[in-house]
Write a protein that binds this ligand. Structure first.
Ligand code: AMP
Ligand code: MG
Length: 414
């Protein structure tokens, strides 16, 4: 008798394409105060109604003048006006200079600013202060040009851009106090596993044999929130078919996404897959990555189902490489690809694997990458010790000094 042939595992690239094909951007938008929009995704272009800066202004505290009048080093001038930030002066009287401060509009007629460190204030003459200019100014120096940052009518932030601190500042700089963003995805999260115990309910010394604390729930919930999701934490679902079906059916009614961890393999205690098939469809199951093979996507009614493996590192890695781009696209982000950079491996990885691997590594002071010694999918310490992942293609061994593809956790978790 021949053993039943297993369908080949789906390569990550194909799985991601398929997954993203299902991630239709939510078509509900909300207006939020600019100050609260960090991490949200723009539902429309932000167009500037003015130029920034609105006028030529000084980038130094000093004196505004006409270069042509300051052709001799040490030339002396009357200071005919004083222009502080927030005020505007008058056209510069010929033969004089204007005292000017950073951010103040450059007066009409002036074509340069000399910083105050290059000038010597002199006693007043006829009630007007005077100054000696000790350097030879060049036309345009220390002047920030009107519109050099933003032109009027320019799209400063495009639809689908995920907002970070700099983006909030830029939106504010063109006068916007509200931004139209895609609404937050509603995600139901639950863990499966009869061995799981919530921290705080049983003291470490009282843990029964076989019991472990539920760690996935904590990092998955944090990851979801960082990605802008509204999380309903449904706790732990027992390893029973009926309870699993019930939990999935209820969650599907009021959520965009159901995210589970554990129970998605082929064991007798793995009820997730058959439960999803009872209620809806499963279109993706098992991926050629390590850690993280037992990943699944399906639909239950209008809700997406995303099933992560139970092993903590598998759960974390599949979230980062698959769920993260999915949730970003759901919110309308246009560029969801994980961006790796070339880095030098300061370690050997002699045993190539048939699956694409994600190794926990960290940057060292010599500019290379060190490998955490235990790459087991249950060792969450590797992800805390590490500061990122090496994306190692299938069937590839690594020799000390090789160039590898690296992505930092700080980029993936931002
Ligand atoms: P499973 O995918 O359900 O077969 O679980 C694989 C491994 O991950 C088992 O050793 C589980 O005990 C462990 N595991 C599953 N869920 C969690 C969780 N929420 N927190 C910590 N470990 C888990
Ligand atoms: Mg389990």
């Amino acid at each position: 008798m021949t053993a039943p042939t297993r369908p080949p595992l789906k390569p990550l690239f194909d799985a991601l394409q398929l997954l993203l094909g299902h991630a239709q951007t939510l078509q509900e938008f909300e207006s939020v105060p600019t100050g609260d929009a960090d991490g949200r995704v723009l539902a429309q272009d932000v167009v500037s109604g003015l130029q920034v800066p609105p006028h030529d202004n000084s980038s130094m505290d000093g004196y505004a003048l006409r270069c042509a009048e300051a052709h001799d080093q040490g030339a002396e001038f009357a200071v005919s006006q004083r222009i502080a930030a927030g005020t505007s002066g008058v056209a510069l009287q010929p033969g004089t200079v204007a005292r000017i401060f950073t951010g103040a509009p450059v007066p009409l007629g002036a074509d340069a600013v000399v910083m105050q460190e290059d000038c010597t204030p002199l006693p007043d003459v006829d009630g007007l202060p005077r100054v000696r200019v000790n350097s030879l100014p060049l036309p345009g120096q220390w002047i920030r040009r009107a519109g050099e940052d933003v032109a009027q009518g320019e799209v400063v932030l495009a639809k689908g851009h995920r907002l970070g601190p700099a983006e909030l500042g830029l939106a504010a700089s063109v006068g916007l106090d509200q931004l139209l963003v895609v609404r937050r995805p509603r995600v139901a999260l639950f863990s499966t596993g009869d061995e799981l115990v919530m921290p705080g309910t049983v003291a470490p010394k009282d843990m029964k044999p076989g019991a472990i604390y539920n760690s996935n729930r904590f990092f998955l919930s944090a990851l979801l929130r960082r990605l802008g999701c509204e999380v309903t934490d449904l706790g732990i679902v027992p390893d029973q078919r009926e309870a699993t079906v019930q939990a999935l059916r209820d969650a599907a009614l009021s959520h965009d996404v159901i995210l589970t961890s554990g129970g998605v393999s082929v064991g007798e205690e793995d009820h997730i897959k058959p439960a999803v098939q009872t209620l809806g469809t499963l279109d993706l199951w098992q991926i050629a990555i390590k850690p993280g093979k037992p990943f699944a996507h399906g639909r239950i009614g209008a809700a997406h189902f995303l099933g992560l493996p139970g092993n903590p590192v598998s759960s974390l890695v599949t979230f980062l490489v698959l769920v993260r781009p999915f949730l970003l696209q759901l919110q309308g982000v246009t560029d969801v690809a994980m961006k790796t950079v070339a880095a030098r491996a300061d370690f050997d990885w002699p045993r190539a694997d048939k699956r694409q691997e994600f190794l926990r590594v960290r940057r060292n002071a010599a500019g290379g990458l060190d490998l955490f010694p235990n790459q087991s999918s249950g060792v969450l310490t590797s992800a805390v010790w590490g500061d990122g992942l090496v994306d190692n293609p299938a069937n590839t061994s690594i020799v000390y000094g090789d160039s590898v593809r690296y992505v930092s956790f700080s980029e993936l978790l931002a």
